[in-house]
Each structure stands twice: as structure tokens, then as C-alpha cells.
Design a protein around this ligand. Sequence first.
Ligand SMILES: Nc1nc2c(ncn2[C@@H]2O[C@H](COP(=O)(O)OP(=O)(O)OP(=O)(O)O)[C@@H](O)[C@H]2O)c(=O)[nH]1
Ligand SMILES: [Mg+2]
Length: 465
Amino acid sequence: MDIPFDQDTICAIATPPGEGGIGIVRMSGPRAHSICETLFHPRYGSFPLRSHRLYYGWIKDPHTHTTVDEVLVSHMAAPRTYTREDMVEINCHSGYAVLQRILELVLRAGARMAEPGEFTRRAFLNGRIDLSQAEAIADVIQSRCEKSLEVAGRHLEGALGNKVQQWQESLLQLEAETEAFLDFSEDLHGDDGESSPQRSAIMRELLEALKAAIQESERGRVLREGLTLALVGKPNAGKSSLLNALVGRDRAIVTHFPGTTRDVIEDSFILSGVQVRILDTAGIRHGPGTIESLGIERTLSSVQQADVVLWLMDQSRPLDDQDDLVHQCIGHKVHRILLNKKDLEPRMTSQEVEERYHPSSPPLPLSTFHREDLERLRHLLAREFVQKPLEGFESMIVPNVRQGACLREAHEALEKAARLMDGEGFGELIILELERARKKLDEILGGGEDEDVLDRIFSQFCIGK
Ligand SMILES: Nc1nc2c(ncn2[C@@H]2O[C@H](COP(=O)(O)OP(=O)(O)OP(=O)(O)O)[C@@H](O)[C@H]2O)c(=O)[nH]1
Ligand SMILES: [Mg+2]
């Protein structure tokens, strides 16, 4: 039997797999309460369960009458629920068998398994949240650091949605003014098609606001995706030692033999509230054997992936043509030179390095053995690559990639409209561009969004959310 989407009742285990304190089976849809009635036996009170109250009792198999688990059940009547539909949550003991058994009983009583993200999708389709808030829910769940959680929290409150609505209102006002202006200039045929001062002001403000949001989306990528650092240099420069020091454990093997690291080693740490992915690579040198040259290929691919390359030099050895080779490999990327092993007798100077490679900032001397040096490095990285890019962000409403693309298209349409306004009349064309801008903004909130986009967004969620 095909039940229409808005009438079937979905269910899922909402807690992560594995043993734990409690597990939750949740249901959403018009039959949630009646399905609950077939299996739940409250210790106090009786059916119908009152909304938004917690009931203590037992889940029993309706066929065999055996008790499955001791539970707490809540029934939340529509519309004050996560999905805006009737919902039931069964809090049971969290073990694989008990959760599966309860889920099976719920399914047998007429619910169907939820797709990934389907609870949230219903919240969106039923108008409780806009698409930017739905995306924020996934971001909150997936956040691995404080800063990205902060941004997700703002989106969840609807901060981006509110802004978009304001912009849409301004656009409507612009459209109305343009229409009025069109009628007016028809009456006064021959008048110069000059824009009214008010229209120009609204237009200018909107263009600026959209531009700022687009910049936040680009520069704020570090908040959403974190930062990728690659440690690169000649063999034995101390790359793996630095990796271990930064992540705070012995992740990579360190020996005094050059060529210890043959493959890329990846780990992560938190810097100024942001997740940093760090790649330790095989040392770059001339004419290595096959295994090493494969390793070096991977080094180059790590360089490609990195936002920032840390080029380690062993300052107890003189510069040579292998340093030139490293420079060839990384010169095109944003990089910082670190002069390692400053505790040893120096055989090169900072000045020599600067004269030879002209780095954009002076090399930083350090020793991976010295805690203060590592702190200084951390501080420098945080300042330059996390805090600086985020400076001047007004609202910290960092739009994600999809939202950024919608903003860019809206901005483009608006710029066209502005050019048309500055030029001769073409009133209908101006209105078309303004409408296009408004439609693009609407897509941020999920208006007119096609199924494919929704599928892509909601498939990132887990089942049960
Ligand atoms: N004196 C001194 N030795 C260091 C320092 N940092 C690392 N070393 C030593 O340098 C040697 C090489 O260190 P690694 O971290 O393995 O160097 P690497 O760049 O990863 O080397 P490969 O993996 O071979 O490319 C080890 O013996 C380290 O203990 C330092 O600041 N001072
Ligand atoms: Mg190494």
C-alpha cells in the first residue's frame, strides 16, 4: 500500500550505535501515538498519553506479551514538535538487541524506516525551519571545533535566514519603485531616465551587503572546513618531530636517518578554535629509489591540498641545491620557512635564506625540542591563518558553499540591474534582473529548490535525525 508522504509514520533509532546509557527510538507521523499504544504499557496513567509529558512503563511484544524493556516514553502532539507532526520517543536501555527489537515492533505496527535526514526534511517541508537552518543542524552535529559550532549555532537560530529576508524585502521595494518610476517616466516622455536617489541608495546598500556576505563565505572557509597544513622539507629536517610536537603525541616515527618518513602521515589538532589537518610528508631530495620517489609524489600532492606549507630547514646544515628543489616544489604555495634545530651550531643564516628565496615573511628560527618555540609557532599560525582572515567579519554568519553560490548569482543579477538603471530606461529588464536576484536568495532558504538539491543536503544526515 502506498501511503502519501505526509501521511505515513516514520521511525528510526536516533542514538548512535553501540552500547550506552540510553537509546532512543523515535517516530513521526499521524500514527505515532496509536502505534505507541500497541506496545507501551504505562505504569501510571493511561492512553491517550498527554502531550509533552514523560511516562514510565514497559514495552511489551503485543503478540507474545513478553516484556522487552523498561522505558520512558514521551508523546509530543503536533505542531509543537521537531517535525511539526505527532512524535513519540521511546527512551530505552541502549543495547543493539533491545533497540532493534523495539524498532522491529514499531515497524510491525505500521511505521516505516526513515531515510537519512527525513525527520529534519519533514521539519523543513512543514515550514518549521528554512533550508539554511536544516543545513545548520547537520553542521552542529558534525562540528569538531568550537568556532564552527558557533557559526552553526547562529545559522540554527535563523541568523542567515533573517538577513536573506531583509534583503528580499529591499529587493521588493526596489521592484516597486522601479515599476512606479517606469509609469512615471512614460507619463513624462522625454525625461532623462535617471535613477531616483532612493532607488540608488537601496541598490548600493544591497550590493554592499551581498558582497560582504560573499566575502565571509570565501574567507570563512577556514571555519567550516578547517585549515590544512603540510610539513615539507629535505629529509631529516625535523618534520615528523614537529608533527608529533603539534599534535601532542608520538604519531610519526622519528629517527636520525634521513628518509624515515616514506608516506604521508595525517593527524589533526585544534588551533584557536579551528580544526587543523596536518600532513607530514616524505623529505624531498634528488634521485631517490622507487619507494621514495612514490613518497615524494605524495608529498607534492599534499602540497597541492594544503592551505599553508611549513617549509622546515635544518639550520645546522648549509643550504644546497636540494633546498632549491624544495623551493621549486612549494614556491607557488603560501608558505612559511622554519629554521629548525636552532639549539645546534648554525651553518646557515636567516639572511642567506631570505636572499636566496625571497620569502614573503622572515624565516622563524625554532627547535622542536623547545616548548616556548612551539608556542610561538602556534601563536603565529593562529594569528596569520585563522584570526586575520576572519577579521572585519561583521556578523560571523559565514555562508556555506551552496549558500555562497546563491549569493554570488544574486549579486551578479543585482549588478546587472544597477548597470541598467544607470544607463537608459529598460525598465522591464531591470525588473527581470531584480526578480532573478530575489529567486536566488530564496534558494538559500529552500524556496523553489529542486529535489536533487534537497536529496544532496539531507543525505548528509544520519538516519534518525
Ligand atoms: N638538535 C635537534 N634535533 C632535532 C630537532 N628536531 C628534530 N631533531 C632530530 O632530527 C632528526 C630527524 O627528525 P625527523 O623528525 O625524523 O625528521 P624528518 O624531517 O621527519 O625526516 P624524514 O622523515 O627522514 O624526512 C631526529 O634525530 C630528531 O630527533 C631540533 O630541534 N634540534
Ligand atoms: Mg619524517
